[in-house]
Design a binder for this molecule. Structure first.
Ligand code: PHE
Ligand code: CA
Ligand code: ZN
Ligand code: ZN
Ligand code: ZN
Length: 288
């Protein structure tokens, strides 16, 4: 497993914020800011050796796009672990914590996985979803597009939505008994980083729900729970601010470049990498 570089995450976040600024402050479904966000990811992934595919769908009279990336020649292509994040923002803002954070996090996991030469028993796939904010539209379109055989190849789906909140929590969800191995890997990742995580249930509030509905095991991490504010117990555990929201700029115009705790984003991304390496069955290199 690897330690993702926090400065790489900072550069990606700055790029998504710049893209939004160049397009009326948003990266919402159907906007130029969404398209530029997708173009940025696709270019980085293509250079790193991924096979990328843009899937189109239509919502509210506008074309939406998902980006799917496979890494050829690593593990069994018939048994893949998939990591995903929604790439769209709401129209009210740039969507930097929600969800440039998860988009940048899984991009850096993808780049690190390719660069490391990691070769596990299972294959790895990444997805960036359009129109999550309109009701998980992109991820539903992706899952619907898969036939029974293709669905069965996805052994698990890990979701990352809002992993850089300014008053951050360290939550794991895996709201399905079949997803236990995923939640366990994510918790073990936090433990390895010396962080106490808490389990939470975010219900159907992000793209994992589209996969869960198709019977695919799911899990993920987030810096927030569905509670309106951080509890005293959580604040004691994580040195946070009790009684304050995890993200006071949620779905608002202040969700910009300044709305990220980079230590939290780095920690959640390191955990995503830990789970990616563990669940694909990459063997630890021999001690030298
Ligand atoms: N998915 C929700 C959104 O994009 C927010 C959310 C993220 C809720 C993570 C719970 C956990 O608005
Ligand atoms: Ca790191
Ligand atoms: Zn588009
Ligand atoms: Zn949102
Ligand atoms: Zn979100």
């Amino acid at each position: 497993t690897v330690d993702i570089d926090a400065s790489a995450l900072r550069a990606d976040i700055n790029e998504f914020a710049r893209i939004a600024q160049a397009d009326n402050g948003t990266r919402a479904h159907g906007t130029a800011g969404y398209q530029a966000s997708l173009d940025y990811l696709k270019q980085r992934l293509d250079v790193a050796g991924y096979t990328t595919r843009v899937q189109q769908f239509t919502h509210a009279g506008k074309t939406g796009h998902n980006l799917i990336a496979d890494l050829p020649g690593r593990g069994d292509p018939n048994r893949v672990v998939m990591l995903g994040a929604h790439l769209d923002s709401v129209t009210q803002g740039a969507g930097v914590n929600d969800n440039a954070s998860g988009s940048a996090g899984i991009l850096e996991v993808a780049l690190a996985y390719a660069a490391s030469g990691a070769d596990g028993d299972k294959g790895i796939r990444f997805g960036w979803w359009g129109a999550e904010e309109a009701g998980l539209v992109g991820s539903k379109a992706y899952v619907s597009s898969l036939n029974t055989t293709e669905r069965a190849k996805i052994t698990g789906y890990l979701n990352f939505d809002m992993i850089g909140s300014p008053n951050p929590g360290y939550f794991v969800y895996g709201d399905d008994t079949r997803g236990t191995a995923i939640a366990a890997a994510l918790k073990a990742g936090f433990t390895a980083a010396g962080i106490t995580s808490l389990s939470t249930d975010i219900k159907g509030r992000s793209d994992h729900a589209s996969f869960k509905a198709a019977g695919i095991p799911t899990g993920g991490t987030a810096t927030l729970s569905l509670a309106a504010a951080m509890s005293q117990a959580e604040a004691d555990l994580w040195d946070g601010e009790a009684g304050k929201p995890y993200d006071p700029c949620y779905h608002s115009s202040c969700d910009g470049a300044g709305n990220i705790d980079f230590d939290a984003l780095d920690a959640h991304t390191d955990v995503a990498a830990y789970a990616a390496w563990t669940l694909t069955g990459v063997k630890a290199p021999a001690e030298s």
